[in-house]
Design a protein around this ligand. Sequence first.
Ligand code: WTA
Length: 660
Amino acid sequence: MPDIESLLSEKRVFEASREFRKNAHWGRKQVAALRKEGEKNPVRFWEKMAREHVDWFSKWKKGLDWKPPQAKWFVGAKTNVSYNCLDRHLTGSNAHRRNKAAIIWEGEPGDTRVITYAELHREVCKFANVLKGLGVKKGDRVALYMPMVPELAIAMLACTRIGAPHSIVFGGFSAEALRDRVEDAGAEVVVTADGGYRRGEPFALKPAVDDAVSGKSPVRHVVVVKRTGEGATMRKGRDLWWHELMEGASAKCPPAKLDAEHPLFILYTSGTTGKPKGILHTTGGYLTHVTTTAKAIFDLKEEDTYWCTADIGWITGHSYVVYGILANGATSLMYEGVPTHPGPDRWWDIIERWGVTIFYTAPTAIRTFIRLGDEHPKAHDLSSLRLLGSVGEPINPEAWMWYHRVIGGKRCPIVDTWWQTETGGIMITPLPGAVNTKPGSATLPFPGVHAAILSEEGDTVKPPDGGFLAVTHPWPGMLRGIWGDKKRFRETYWSKWKNSTHRGKDRGGVYFPGDGAHKDKGGYFWIMGRVDDVMNISGHRIGTMEVESALVSHKDVAEAAVVGRPDEITGTAIVAFVTPKGGKQAGTALTKALRDHVAKEIGPIAKPKDIRFTEALPKTRSGKIMRRLLRDIAAGKETVGDTTTLEDYSVVARLRGDEE
Ligand code: WTA
């Protein structure tokens, strides 16, 4: 029996127009040649990409140094990410970009800012000097907890300029979540804002920072951007206004010449335990990966207006709102607010007004818009669009078709891109001018990326059977570690197939992403979703354990188990099974209290959609919660699995409601 059953069979195939194929950076012939190179010698392939797409202060001695699970790319080379994203667009043959829009920003209330490359360079240099003035040195971590305002991109680039790794915490996370991440990274400076706008209302951010850095904390300074003007409590000596610091700052700041393996950023992501993992990325390899993929996959041209709707607080925003796009000298659009304010057509209005040509979003958003009705996109002229992208979760073929028809007007290729926080950049994807697409398939690995479908034992699974997705050769954007936790790094990602013969000499050298997938007979990859205890809610990763620990930290909860169930809009919805403490009344008041509690502990995105109270949870004799069973119950499926190890079968009967 295959490890994972695959049920989908999709026959439709789409080809980009002749014109698109003719004009694409990477056409069919070139891609065929690059694939061959990448297959034969991935290191040489990536070295070529590194020479073509990145400027280096000094060259590497060795392309890759691989001692599983530790990789070093471009050993000994020196570069700087902010230099590649800014300085190199201001001089020589690129000087025409000086006054080109680097960022087109639109706030939710409708205010806009267009920031040119020259201006962005100036702001970044100034803020880099501000950071230096606050005592931030090469290697020091800086936490960024901000709404989607240009200052976030400025702060990131300023960090990279001086070699201070940033750790961005999504603005929707709670004070508790921020505290954990700031402490884990040992950040001494936090950059934030008084607040931002959501659904037409200002919301405050600074109070969460005050909470997060209260008591014992590594934080010495908090820099506050004035966005809403609603005010913020400023603690003397610790808290400083961005605009006041910038007033006196010099605009001269040479980029630090950093080692290719110098830490670039930490980004926390959920895993299978309660503690988020600080995913570490470094400089040269990451930059090569995101710059190359952004250019080839989005076919970025000088005149494009590119819009990725992801928040910069997630990896998609890091790699494909900021770094990959600016490194190509392209124009990146940033929008601050919710997609449906003031009306359900806000996004389509933005596309029409700015003439967006490339649009990259998530299946959850697409499904939401399908439900809102075709009339909203149809009320706008979307003819500027020439390419669409999807990321974050499997896109169901019907959502793909709607995206193709209603948004893309049947003329735009769709690139369904599979990757992760850990991979740094896109790994499996169509190349729009060279690869035919099938709705729901991420198609083929990017040239130079080696992916396979393996069985539990590490053997190759033959198409069309399902198995575990695996990456069998190092790639430049790969994570270099989990911040402060070498053991977890090895165990989570590099231990599944340590005895596999798949790569002979590289024992422990096969990467396990945690996704199930299968290949069809044509060699196309179909991603089937997570195979571990990580849920994908609206394209955001949330660990079941994190939500469970949040629930049991509530005073009225004795025990909790969390599972995902399929949801039409968000892909997966969180269902919690909760045993209240003796004498506590289960009911709507407790449901509300628990949902609020999870929002406070983690953030609103982690709130369970459904909370079911139960006197006991189904467990095996060894005391393990039977999640598979709970998943079936949550999904309303009849339980067919083996329940002979069940400690108390009546618990299941009650959870299902058999006895009511
Ligand atoms: C899922 C987001 C199917 C997958 C860039 C992965 C996808 C997790 C796709 C990473 C896709 C991402 N098709 N599934 N095109 N893209 N995923 O770290 O389960 O937030 O492991 O990175 O999202 O989520 P992360």
